[in-house]
Design a protein around this ligand. Sequence first.
Ligand SMILES: Nc1ncnc2c1ncn2[C@@H]1O[C@H](COP(=O)(O)OP(=O)(O)OP(=O)(O)O)[C@@H](O)[C@H]1O
Ligand SMILES: [Mg+2]
Length: 252
Amino acid sequence: MKIAVSGKGGVGKTTFAALLIRHLDATGKHVLAIDADPDANLAAAIGIPDADRIVPIAEMKELIFERTEAKPGSIGGFFKLNPKVDDLPEALSARLNQIKLMRLGGVPKGGSGCICPESTLLRALITHVVLSRDEVVVMDMEAGIEHLGRATAKAVDKLIVVVEPGRRSIDTAAHIKRLAGEIGLNQIAVVGNKIRGDSDRAFLQKHLADFDILGFLPYDSQLIEADLAGRAPYDTDAPAKAALTAIIDRLG
Ligand SMILES: Nc1ncnc2c1ncn2[C@@H]1O[C@H](COP(=O)(O)OP(=O)(O)OP(=O)(O)O)[C@@H](O)[C@H]1O
Ligand SMILES: [Mg+2]
């Protein structure tokens, strides 16, 4: 199963992805977690020790040059567009239990259509991970889906858009749905997060009538406390954890 998680900034993508990953791990699944958000730290939310020290792949210059055969310091030179990447999940993942995690990091955005060795390697890696891995793959993404292209979109079993009760997160969800449709990704569902009660739930149901709603997670101060204390949400007895089970059951 291949799952991508997206949504507006701060809605709880990383929290949800980390809870999902730990839950799947606890039920015996092998999970490959992909942190595709340069500003996030999925590893810390999962509870991987020394998460801060994981070097993002985009910063592994030697690896990038070796695999793409690009010449360091040369801009616009030739390099391989299909670098070898299939050994990287084993070689470079940080681990906890049966979870493997890869942190992609950020690639400086050039003009549109810019292709550089870094982005080529990351794209090849994502394509490999989505199309060729046997594990459950969970990708924590930014507020867009720019890591996915037409080829990979078809292999994504579910794009989960996390929303919170608020207009902007609903607008972002609609935007993501449009972008996903453009690349042929129609397996979209939403998870409502930070739900304070029935009216929040009703608000989201009303404004997300076009979406398959997988379920809701309560507003949960224990998650904030865990975040402040640098503890993984899954290593608490936060009520949101209990609500997760129903959502995962619906994922199939
Ligand atoms: N259900 C919840 N109840 C209360 N707080 C929550 C809940 N879910 C997440 N949070 C808190 O909201 C903040 C943002 O969560 P998180 O980092 O998971 O969001 P994100 O969408 O990944 O953000 P970003 O866009 O910055 O990557 C964190 O402080 C987190 O603890
Ligand atoms: Mg995040």
